[in-house]
Write a protein that binds this ligand. Sequence first.
Ligand code: LCS
Length: 390
Amino acid sequence: MSHKDLDMKSRCVHAGIEPEPKGAVVPPIYQTSTFSFKSAAHGAALFQGKEKGYIYTRLGNPTIEAMERAVADLEGGYDGMACSSGMAAIHTVLATFLHAGDHVVSSESVYGPVTSLLNTVMARLGIETTFVDSSNTAAVAAAIRPETKLIHVETPGNPTLVVTDLAAVAALAHKAGARLMVDNTFLSPVLQQPLALGADIVIHSLTKFINGHADVVGGIIVPKTEADYKAIRATLSLVGSTLGPHDAFLVHRGLKTLCLRMARSCENALKIAEWLDAHPAVEWVRYPYLASDPQHELSRRQAKGGGGVVSFGLNGGFKAGVKMMESVELFALAVSLGGVESLIQHPASMTHANMKPELREQAGISDGLVRISVGIEDADELIADLERGL
Ligand code: LCS
């Protein structure tokens, strides 16, 4: 039976698992940095790629590979490459495909450090980036130049929840001879599969929904083709921003409940978004599956759910945001997202604090914007907690 024929609920449980010689149902943790060769000839054959096997954990490890296979299976990609963080995953792709003189088009609503990575480390190497409102496909088209080699989008974007039409942007990228990289962290493959919509590479911060338990920092890259896999793997092996076996084990364990956790987070988030939408202290709410969301129709077409993140603006601006942070008790005041526990944060003073205020405003991150990551607790208890802060 091929896992590919199974429903996502079953695939989350079984993806990446292969028969184990000693009959272990759960893949063992190969907590080793290196692997011994049976002979000099065996070692030589492994290094020359004439035989399959393990050499050194930076280059490959069975526990890490099981998790990589699992995420790639769910995303419908060729294979996965686990990284030490989501940022490492993004950097590894940029370092693989970009040369001095190349140009990148990125959505302007991306996790703050991604903007900084492009504007500092990559800019110093002679790679220029244009940031655009990627919900506006015409703006993406207008930003493309002959030197554009990569389009990078997060959809929904962090923290504005702006949605990009992936099929349309993939078509633009390919017409220009560029690759489309999609950060699928906010929805996970359970809700959105960018490769099927035309993207070339999917990346994740595994730190978020895929692991789901706020106890690992990790990332993964899943390209569609074998050729891209080989090119990126070569960079990753040299740059060395790989994940450790124990963290890979934890992520693989978390992945098994991804469908269940996502379903509850989506249900809770929609209920909270509807409640916020009707609240007099709230100026606006963005949640892709909210009926009043400006991109509701596209979200329904492109994704099977709205995810667990909701952003909203408070009428009282910055001050009201701070008051809210100080009032909640069940929500933890913390950055990150996608865990079983609900979190709340204020981007203007936290994740996007290093962005120039005018750029922040241009990217839709107003001073009163509050972002919540909705976990799997009881929705009414979460609502009562937010009410305390409004
Ligand atoms: N992509 C997205 C969409 C993210 O939200 C984050 C982190 C990353 C990539 C980077 O992943 P990391 O290196 O942290 O594994 N987002 C965070 C956030 O919103 N608050 O804290 C971290």
